[in-house]
Design a protein around this ligand. Structure first.
Ligand code: ADP
Length: 162
């Protein structure tokens, strides 16, 4: 297992919120902040995908999220390249938090939730996006950036340049 952060086991009800977060958008922030009403502690788990340079991207995203939630002790951030369920168990998390924007997300999340439950017994909790955020994705933000568009309206304000 090669997760780069130190796992710590918080007391209370812990969830992990896994994703690529490249970048972390207002949609992610909304799911995380609403999740804090349900869980005592949430570990934002930034996954490293197989692409070249992905570890650096993930570390950068993790640093940005840490800065954003520096004042919120109930949020911590991990970078990982293992199975999500393994990371969850290392952190003592019995829940996976995810967001759903659309029917397309729903089908993917349903399948992942079933696999993760079968692998580990971990329960997935999904929150529906707020309607005004349902068209927002990291890939749209990246695409806009590639055309030089200012994407700060789509990113959490404390950290618009992540
Ligand atoms: P992944 O690459 O695993 O899909 P993402 O970083 O794209 O990870 O998203 C992480 C989670 O946040 C997913 O559950 C995704 O559906 C959710 N999410 C992303 N954008 C939004 C949004 N605008 N509103 C609600 N949930 C969102």
């Amino acid at each position: 297992m090669t997760a780069t952060s130190t796992a710590f086991k918080a007391t209370g009800r812990t969830a992990i919120f896994p994703g690529s977060f490249n970048p972390f958008t207002l949609g992610h922030a909304d799911i995380l902040e609403r999740g804090l009403a349900l869980f005592d502690h949430i570990v934002v788990a930034v996954g490293i995908n197989a692409a070249k340079g992905a570890r650096d991207d993930a570390e950068r995203a993790a640093d940005a999220i840490r800065r954003l939630y520096a004042g919120e002790p109930r949020v911590s951030v991990a970078v990982y390249d293992t199975l999500t369920t393994e990371l969850a168990l290392r952190h003592g998390a019995h829940f996976i938090l995810r967001g759903i924007r659309s029917v397309k997300d729903f089908e993917y999340e349903r399948d992942m939730a079933a696999v993760n439950a079968q692998l580990s017994g971990i329960e997935s909790v999904v929150l529906f996006s707020r309607p005004e955020l349902s068209a927002l994705s990291s890939s749209v933000v990246r695409e806009l950036r590639s055309y030089g568009v200012d994407t700060s309206p789509f990113l959490p304000h404390a950290n618009p340049e992540q």
